[in-house]
Design a protein around this ligand. Structure first.
Ligand SMILES: O=C(O)CCC(=O)C(=O)O
Ligand SMILES: [Fe+2]
Length: 230
């Protein structure tokens, strides 16, 4: 069966799609090693809150070459946009230990729904057993941002539980986050945020930071954006 079977429908309906075992684990681990030794060489500390490095479209292409994934992306692009359409890279990020909170990567509304750009997430480690991978709110991509955020109160989010080698594609308007603290930490954080009590807030963030650190599970992820050439 085609790896991209159901991709277009799922992107429309849910706002995301997962291709399991899209890349070789060995290749990803080599790329991860390179990325991390670069950080070490530059003396960049992978502190709480994370470090992000912006990627140019050219660097995006370089990663695709390293992954030898051009065939897969041809399949994806054909499925999403139809044959003979030119798709370009718009750049992206490498993230190290980013525990991002709920956000969308794009806020504007698109007129041409058939020409929507898409984002890919490649996590360089397994995320079935921890909460550091990608969390999404299915179907939130069609709502206005604030409405989507409010809907978090009653809509169910979903943890992608990706494995090393999986590729996650998502609509840039989808509500998502990397890492979600357990419900207990989440609510107490919300509480300290709501009352805006400086000391309590600081104490709580300190607690959270140590909690994150104690996991001793570093996370590296690669996020890239692609769109139809104009
Ligand atoms: O690295 C992560 O886990 C999340 C990053 C993210 O959401 C983004 O780059 O848009
Ligand atoms: Fe994001």
């Amino acid at each position: 069966m085609k790896r991209v079977y159901g991709l277009k429908e799922s992107m429309k309906k849910n706002g995301f799609f997962i291709i399991e075992n899209a890349f070789s684990k060995e290749k990803l681990l080599k790329i991860k090693e390179k990325l991390e030794s670069h950080l070490e060489l530059e003396g960049i500390e992978r502190r709480w809150g994370g470090v992000s490095c912006g990627l140019s479209p050219v660097e995006n292409e370089k990663y695709l070459d390293l992954l030898e994934s051009s065939n897969l992306f041809d399949e994806i692009n054909r499925e999403l946009y139809g044959a003979d359409k030119k798709v370009i890279s718009l750049g992206g990020f490498t993230h190290y230990n980013i525990p991002s909170s709920w956000h969308t990567d794009e806020y504007k509304e698109y007129k041409d729904i058939e020409a929507l750009p898409y984002r890919v997430a490649i996590y360089m480690q397994d995320h079935q057993e921890n909460r550091q991978g990608l969390w999404v709110v299915p179907n939130s991509h069609k709502s206005f941002f604030m409405k989507a955020r409010l809907s978090l109160l009653f809509k169910k989010d979903l943890y992608t539980k990706s494995k090393l080698g999986d590729l996650i594609l998502f609509d840039l308007r989808l509500l998502h986050r990397g890492w979600k603290p357990s419900i207990y930490y989440y609510f107490s954080y919300l509480f300290s945020f709501l009352i805006q009590h400086k000391k309590l807030n600081r104490a709580y963030r300190f607690f959270l930071k140590n909690k994150y650190r104690r996991q001793k599970k570093d996370k590296t992820s690669l996020f890239m954006t692609f769109a139809l050439a104009q």
